[in-house]
Design a protein around this ligand. Structure first.
Ligand code: ADP
Length: 732
């Protein structure tokens, strides 16, 4: 072949500089020289020198090197991992700007799936076709089985011979070896399978969502349906539509809890005849790597996962569903701080695709957007089929207090007895782990607190320990008061789920009881097993924290008793009323499914409180209207924007000096108020003192711009940590 001078002559392409983003919290990306002929592209994963090490990075930008630059270190090599799709990269950069964090933080989340090593090639054997002089029946069986590559063990098993026979056949050349890297196949969803027969309102919602998906552009829909109305069935139809319209389309379904993930995975597997990809913390690293690669290649077409699934490298994202969109666990509070619902909308915007926010109790932020017409608002007002909504009533604890030493009002006790007598199930809900939230000394009044944090120690009877729920610190319950040394003087104050269980065992001795809290289930699989057992009617009474309040279907459950409805209202943060409303509505929604009417009894000391009244009346709109007008008056979200700045350090004096300097450095901006510094309600955590600022801004203000400018004006001393939390959910 004659060589063409145009391509054969050594013409090094124009020298280029690669801007490489490294997944660690560095303030910016670094420039490297692109070695001649490497032919990098934006999104490529590379190894690049950082100090003495080679680190993984992603090419964020390529630009021509105009001579005269200072010499740059070259990129060491292009890694043989799939490149990050440009839109995933764009999303990561956007998320970093939003959270006012270095882009290395969200990039680290996006690359987390690659932590496990690549699967190694494995040795397999296949018949070589060489005929043998010495043939035995055993050898013949092996050669007959070795028509496809099999491992030595599998081949021996298939032929019913010892592995020595395989070795000998390989030695004789009748078998040859092949090296195969095992690869997960992602079975394609079967789109010919019919979905459920939708009822008229479900069908209308599914049609509207189908039309939205069909437009193949950015749009947000709120799927607002009471518990049990069939939201999952409806969004599965929207997913089917997206997958049918484009054979490459991918769908992401986000869920707030791992325990819920499994149920939804099962439903998708039933609907599409193939299990979707799964993404959450309990997925083992090798599997995560495969999933990451399957998402990047586009083969994994449906992904069901926790909030971090939002950072996966989708090749062609066509629809995002955020189920239980109001759920507080979508907010990640440490490391990279973000709210997955908000970022899901941002990602959909970047990918130019549709997003469905589903809930029975949407967040005020989402309702605000729906009311303003920015989100399409689809309502499902009734439960599917014959199932009616639960009947909700309040128990006024002032009029019907529990017996001394107990926590259940006689009215609730009576209701549980009736339910037991009918062979139906009850759920007693108390959103507090452990046995008692406080332990104090009867002799001197000392309250047991954590040594290095501002929090009371919670008594856990199962383990006999006093536990700090903030940091996980724990100690054995002492026999003597550590303060006055009185013996047997420590008393447990208030109830946790373990104590309610104790009371229920005493009151209903024959009943089969279970406790469901994060202390009683060690893993997602345990949680699932407990949920399945409850659904199968293996328990009569379940005592549970919010772990059981979310989204599960318990067909035999007809009574929900809320032990302390006032609990969530005491914290007094921005969303206290909203969260209480949501939680109580969700937990009440567990009662009565299929054809069994259910009821919820809510114990409260404040039955006149607007939240309690709204819940009892089942009047969400009234609750929302009151809550919205209060937020509007105060200029709080969704009418205004908030950010928290938390500063902590081991030494109070240094911290004081720094927060004063920080306060003085706050830029002057119209429409922004900075409150603080104030002692954080949790003034001491793990030995670090904490101070807070709260920033409130009008919706029109560029809050990120303000915060970024503010932070740039100060440099915290070494031991001081400064965290910015945009749109905070925790005010501690
Ligand atoms: P939600 O997500 O609104 O709580 P689900 O989709 O979980 O509601 O539906 C509640 C229950 O009703 C589930 O067991 C579901 O399978 C069933 N269901 C809902 N809609 C239908 C339908 N159209 N046909 C058959 N079963 C349905």
């Amino acid at each position: 072949m004659s060589s063409s001078p145009d391509i054969e002559v050594d013409t090094p392409g124009e020298a280029r500089i690669a801007r490489v983003l490294i997944p660690i919290p560095l303030p910016e990306a670094f420039d490297y020289a692109e070695p001649v002929g490497m032919g990098l592209a934006v999104g490529d994963q590379v190894a690049a020198p950082l100090g003495p090490r080679l680190v993984r990075g992603v090419v964020a930008e390529l630009r021509p090197a105009h001579g005269g630059n200072r010499p740059l270190k070259p990129v060491a090599e292009r890694l043989d991992d799939p490149p990050l799709p440009p839109k995933t990269l764009e999303f990561i950069l956007w998320a970093a700007r939003y959270a006012i964090d270095p882009p290395g933080q969200p990039l680290a989340m996006a690359l987390r799936g690659l932590r496990a090593p690549k699967p190694r090639p494995e040795r397999r054997f296949i018949a070589s076709g060489t005929t043998l002089e010495r043939m035995t029946p055993a050898r013949a069986r092996v050669l007959a089985a070795a028509t496809e590559p099999l491992s030595r063990a599998d081949l021996a098993r298939a032929a019913g011979v010892s592995s020595g026979v395989i070795k000998a056949l390989f030695g004789d050349g009748a078998l040859r070896e092949v090296w195969i890297t095992p690869r997960t196949q992602w079975p394609a969803p079967n789109l010919d399978r019919p979905g459920a027969d939708l009822n008229p309102s479900q069908a209308a919602a599914a049609e509207a969502l189908g039309a939205l998906v069909g437009e193949d552009r950015f749009a947000v829909a709120l799927l607002d349906g009471v518990t049990g109305s069939g939201k999952t069935e409806v969004y599965m139809e929207a997913a089917a539509r997206a997958l049918t319209l484009d054979p490459k389309a991918q769908v992401l379904v986000l869920l707030p809890e791992i325990a819920l993930t499994q149920a939804v995975i099962d439903r998708f597997a039933m609907r599409f005849g193939a299990a979707p990809a799964e993404w959450h913390s309990a997925v083992a690293p090798p599997r995560r790597r495969e999933t990451w690669e399957g998402v990047a290649s586009g083969e994994a077409r449906i992904v069901v996962g926790a909030r971090s699934a939002l950072f996966l490298p989708f090749a062609r994202l066509a629809l995002v569903v955020v189920d239980e969109e109001h759920d507080g666990s979508y907010k990640q509070e440490d490391g990279f701080i973000y709210h997955a619902r908000d970022l899901a909308v941002a990602r959909a915007k970047i990918e130019d695709c549709a997003v469905i926010l589903a809930s029975a109790t949407p967040s005020l932020e989402t309702l605000f957007n729906a009311q303003a017409g920015r989100y399409q608002w689809l309502r499902l007002a009734d439960r599917h089929g014959a199932a009616g909504m639960p009947h909700i009533s309040l128990i006024d604890l002032r009029a019907a207090p529990p017996a001394p030493g107990g926590w259940l009002s006689p009215i609730l006790v009576e209701a549980v007895s009736e339910t037991l007598a009918r062979g139906e199930q009850s759920l007693l809900f108390l959103n507090r782990r452990g046995y008692a939230p406080l332990v104090l000394c009867r002799a001197c009044g000392e309250r047991m607190r954590a040594p290095d944090s501002d929090s009371w120690l919670v008594e856990h009877r199962y383990t006999g320990r006093l536990v700090c729920h903030l940091t996980g610190f724990s100690m054995a319950k002492p026999e003597l008061c550590p303060h006055c040394e009185a013996k047997d003087s420590l008393v447990s104050i208030g109830p946790g789920v373990e104590r309610v269980e104790e009371e229920a065992r005493r009151l209903f001795p024959g009943a089969r009881l279970a406790v469901f809290s994060s202390d009683t289930v060690a893993s997602a699989a345990d949680a699932r097993a407990l949920i399945d057992a409850m659904a199968a009617g293996e328990f009569d009474i379940m005592v549970a924290t919010q772990a059981a309040a979310k989204g599960h279907n318990f067909p035999g459950l007809t009574l929900v008793g809320v032990v302390d409805a006032d609990l969530g209202l005491r914290g007094g943060d921005l969303r206290a009323a909203e969260r209480t409303y949501q939680l109580l509505t969700q937990v009440s929604g567990r009662a009565g499914r299929r054809d069994q009417p259910g009821r919820a009894l809510i114990q409260t000391w404040a039955p006149d409180h607007p939240v309690m009244q709204a819940i009892a009346a089942g009047d969400r709109d009234a609750f929302v209207a009151v809550e919205m007008s209060e937020r509007q008056l105060a200029g709080l979200p969704p009418y205004g924007r908030l950010a928290a700045v938390v500063v902590s350090g081991p030494d109070l004096a240094t911290l004081e000096t720094f927060v004063q300097a920080l306060a003085a450095a706050a830029p002057n901006a119209t429409g922004v108020s900075v409150y603080g510094p104030a002692d954080a309600p949790l003034g001491l955590v793990r030995g670090r003192r904490r101070k807070r600022f709260l920033v409130r801004a009008d919706r029109t203000v560029d809050l990120q711009g303000f915060l970024g400018a503010w932070r740039a004006r100060v440099k915290p001393p070494g031991a001081i940590r400064m965290t910015i939390d945009v749109d905070p959910y925790s005010f501690l």
